[in-house]
Design a protein. Structure first.
Length: 280
């Protein structure tokens, strides 16, 4: 049994709580929505599911209903008593901690494949998804509910107006697609924007074997001046011979290059010419 709006309001009142704007808390209060998310996640009794930002447990209960083994992570210590009350009989493991700081090896243990299903706070959705793709290979699939604009950036491919650095990063590790939209009326409080459901499936290996430090150094440089042609935005990093070797037009702009194109281009330049925070 999932949580209705009336039950969520009652829980907040009983525990003296209010949604935190600073933490980006918008609780789902529509049972049909959380069951839809669980259905789109395609999880069941054989799956280990990680939920980040469990809140009051609306989605947690829907995931537990599928028979999956659910680990629910929540950073807000004030919500934890209410969350534990809600999932007490659902067989859910609750973990307290900031998802950007947790030791995922400890949390996920020896299980070799996880599915992330989460209603992510808008203020950390993109960096969290990218960090998990970078550092937690046991998360094989994700279905995340995020702000619609963030979802479009995560799922965008070449030619889409939202295509940018996060899009290339996701494409390096995974395939991604939008699988649904969620209106603001199913949340408490009601956000001012629509949400999107994004499915991300990790590739068996990265899309290119190019060095990720050089690759994403170029990506950052190119999208840092995305209106300029690459021969201008990458001046001092890539010369005419490198463009020719990689079969990339120097007149192209950053948004025209696939992750494979970026990989070829980065492989033509020397170690140390570009760098930065790995694939970030």
């Amino acid at each position: 049994m999932t949580l209705s709006r009336t039950r969520v309001v009652a829980l907040l009142e009983a525990h003296g709580l209010a949604p935190s704007r600073a933490l980006g808390q918008n609780f789902v209060v529509d049972p049909n929505t959380v069951r839809r998310v669980a259905r789109l996640a395609r999880v069941g009794p054989d799956d280990h599911v990680l939920e980040i930002g469990a809140g009051l447990g609306s989605l947690t209960l829907a995931l537990a209903e599928t028979g999956a083994q659910v680990t629910a992570v929540e950073a807000d210590r004030h919500l934890l008593p209410a969350l534990r009350e809600v999932v007490a009989d659902a067989g859910v493991r609750v973990v307290e901690g900031d998802a950007l700081q947790l030791d995922w090896t400890e949390v996920l243990g020896a299980t070799d494949e996880w599915v992330l299903v989460a209603n992510l706070p808008y203020n950390l959705a993109t960096p969290l998804v990218l960090d998990l793709l970078d550092g937690v290979p046991t998360i094989a699939r994700m279905l995340v509910m995020v702000q619609r604009e963030a979802g479009e950036r995560l799922a965008a491919d070449v030619g889409h107006p939202a295509y940018g650095i996060p899009s290339v990063k996701v494409r390096y590790w995974a395939t991604a697609r939008l699988v649904g939209k969620v209106g603001p009326d199913v949340f408490l409080p009601r956000p001012r924007v629509e949400s999107a459901l994004v499915e991300i499936t990790r590739r068996p290996a990265p899309a290119t074997d190019a060095d990720p430090v050089r690759l994403f150094g170029l990506v950052r440089a190119g999208f840092g001046q995305r209106r300029k042609m690459l021969r201008r935005s990458l001046a001092g990093l890539v010369d005419a011979d490198a463009f020719a070797t990689a079969d990339i037009r120097p007149e192209a702009r950053a948004e025209e290059l696939t992750v494979e194109d970026w990989g070829r281009l980065s492989s033509t330049i020397g170690q140390g010419q570009v760098g930065g925070e790995g694939a970030r």
